[in-house]
Ligand binder design. Structure first.
Ligand code: ZN
Ligand code: ZN
Length: 279
């Protein structure tokens, strides 16, 4: 197990363990590289009164500039003590509040930025949606919106790797048992992969799905293969651990998935630059 590049500490509202606890566990596991990537969901950046939609206090915390900024400061200080540590951020919805994304991206301490889309513009997080009350047509149109917003992000936003490409399936298929005919999104997914490759950006294999009902990495082997066919070279692997017990979980499976897709190297990022590590 070489690197876990997607994890959260208690600077993320949905995560439990302190940065120190996470780092001690990473040392125990013998990780060569370990990145903390706490949440900054850019569309929740503004105070509640300035949001044009109803959100809860909990959800506001995702984008609180104080939490996201404090994580970066804390992690960059801890790097002296833990030389394998990388300072990252999971930048959610960077195009839904561009000034917020720019403030975070201006932090010189950042080694690594994951760009994620947890919710389509003007909608709630895929986590919160009630797919039981939607028609299949509505779910397909939600997915179309999702992938076209991802494509827009890949064209315009500044990040290093695209987070968990198949995130909505964690809920739609994993939690609600609704199977989608994913082939209808192949064209837009190919465009996403080609755009990432052209811009020197990558994707991640997010192994959290292995611990959840969906039982697959996000994305799974078929998409990692397609990414490679589309010219993709930069691939990171992350557990998306939200507590120290999950740190490193599924990383070896993720490495095998990378090999099975034909990759010889995975990437880690320092100072926002990829470095390649032989598999
Ligand atoms: Zn995420
Ligand atoms: Zn995450």
């Amino acid at each position: 197990m070489t690197a876990d590049l997607h994890t959260h500490t208690n600077y993320s509202p949905d995560a439990k363990s302190s940065p120190e606890e996470m780092c001690r566990r990473a040392a125990e596991l013998g990780l060569k590289w370990y990145a903390v990537t706490d949440h900054c969901d850019c569309n929740f950046w503004l105070p509640i009164s300035e949001q044009d939609r109803k959100i809860t206090i909990d959800k506001e915390m995702y984008g609180s500039r104080d939490y996201a900024q404090a994580s970066i400061s804390h992690i960059s200080r801890l790097k002296e003590q833990f030389p394998f540590l990388l300072c990252g951020v999971e930048l959610g919805q960077p195009l839904q509040n561009i000034p917020a994304a720019e403030v975070i991206l201006s932090r010189p301490e950042l080694d690594f930025v994951i760009g994620s889309l947890h919710m389509n513009s003007g909608r709630d997080d895929f986590y919160w949606l009630d797919y039981g009350n939607m028609t299949l047509a509505e779910i397909y149109s939600l997915m179309e919106e999702y992938f076209s917003e991802i494509l827009e992000m890949c064209r315009k936003a500044d990040f290093d790797v695209l987070g968990h490409l198949t995130y909505p399936l964690r809920y739609i298929t994993g939690e609600y048992g609704i199977t989608l005919e994913m082939g209808r999104f192949d064209d837009v997914i190919r465009s996403i992969f080609r755009t990432l490759a052209e811009n020197g950006h990558g994707i991640e294999i997010n192994t959290s799905g292995l611990r959840q009902k969906i039982g697959k990495t996000l994305p799974d082997l078929e998409y990692v293969k397609l990414y490679r066919e589309c010219g993709g070279e930069i691939l990171t692997i992350g557990s998306d651990a939200h507590n120290s017990g999950d740190l490193g979980a599924g990383i070896e499976f993720g490495e095998q998935t990378a090999r099975d897709a034909g990759f010889k190297y995975t990437a880690v990022f320092r100072n926002r630059k990829p470095e390649f590590i032989k598999l």
